[in-house]
Design a protein around this ligand. Structure first.
Ligand code: NAD
Length: 308
């Protein structure tokens, strides 16, 4: 670790945050970490990070903070503090950089950004695409909502963890882009699962059918890199009992965010709504909720789900 490298506080060391923080360590950044899960913190400390204690303790003296938390509720609590408790914005110095990579509502991102600006702290919403494999390989895509000058400042940090960095617009615009993308992903996953299930139920082999569709007009990202049928593709959550991917619960959260965005935009999105309803039903069972979102194939073919 180079002593002259910036100090980054990384908060939220789950399926995505842990490999992202490891990539910052690999680039020589000084990284302090915090998570409510002590095991997640220990795993990062074993790889060279500093144990930061609470999020605001980890952020003290940091040049930049990166958050990778489940949803807007945690993001607001961590930045703004809960009743009586300090938030990260209370301890960061003016001129510091705050980058939230979680997927949350654009309005929540703008609310935190406004509080940051009041304290002279630069804020960028920078949600990601690319999944846990992209996080591990540092090939994520970032969709950034920030003022242009702040976007320039976050670029080197994001390039240490990803390949494509897009400037979507001002604060909140990164979240809007991410929500549109994930609404489409929910539609693609449920649609692809439906087509595979229909073929399998009609006597086709899932891998053969997937190969045909991937190279025909039905080809899409799910068929190319994230096949939901166990055994049809290696190194995907479906090949690992649907563990350690993007949970169905988080996909449901994003489809709910899309429903909220549709309402505020005054535009009906019936395809997104159909996908949301399917995940509402699937993730209502808490065991399904923690499985990867490709396990929604189990709505059609329950036999693919892990035995309980
Ligand atoms: P995760 O649930 O695996 O990780 C979240 C981490 O935050 C956990 O380790 C949890 O203990 C920690 N946490 C929760 N509340 C906290 C708090 N108050 N203080 C400190 N730590 C806290 O989630 P994930 O899959 O890593 O996803 C994180 C975000 O990234 C979500 O918004 C998700 O929608 C988005 N995302 C996920 C993927 C994916 O493939 N998993 C892809 C793109 C975007």
């Amino acid at each position: 670790m180079k002593q002259n490298m910036p100090h980054i506080a990384f908060i939220g060391l789950g399926n995505m945050g842990a490999p992202m923080a490891v990539n910052l360590l690999k680039q020589g950044y000084r990284v302090s970490v915090a998570d409510v899960n002590a095991e997640a913190v220990s795993a990062l400390v074993a790889q060279g990070a500093y144990h930061g204690g609470t999020p605001h303790q980890a952020a003290e003296g940091a040049d930049a903070v990166i958050t990778m938390l489940p949803d807007g509720r945690q993001v607001k609590a961590v930045y703004l503090g809960t009743e009586g408790g300090k938030g990260i914005l209370d301890v960061l110095s003016a001129g510091a950089l705050a980058v939230d990579c979680s997927t949350i509502a654009a309005d929540d991102a703008r609310l935190v950004a406004a509080e940051a600006v009041k304290r002279g702290i630069a804020f960028a919403d920078a949600p990601v695409s690319g999944g846990t494999a992209g996080a591990a390989a540092a090939t994520l895509s970032f969709m950034v909502g920030a003022e242009t000058a702040d976007f320039e400042r976050v670029l080197p940090l994001l390039r240490a963890m990803g390949r494509n960095v897009f400037h979507a617009g001002g604060c909140g615009a990164g979240q809007t882009a991410k929500i549109c993308n994930n609404m489409l992903l929910g539609i693609l996953m449920t649609g692809t699962a439906e087509a595979i299930a229909l073929g399998v139920r009609s006597g086709l082999d899932a891998a053969v059918l997937s190969d045909i569709m991937a190279k025909s007009s039905g080809g899409n990202w799910v068929l190319n890199v994230y096949n939901p049928y166990p055994g049809a593709m290696e190194n995907v959550p479906a090949a690992n009992a649907y563990r350690n991917g993007f949970s169905s619960r988080l996909m449901l959260k994003d489809l709910r965010l899309a429903a909220g965005l549709s309402e505020s935009a005054g535009l009906e999105t019936p395809m997104g709504e159909q996908a949301r309803q399917m995940y509402e039903h699937f993730a209502a069972d808490p065991q399904n909720g923690s499985l990867d979102f490709s396990a929604v194939l189990g709505e059609y073919l329950p036999q693919v789900l892990p035995r309980r």
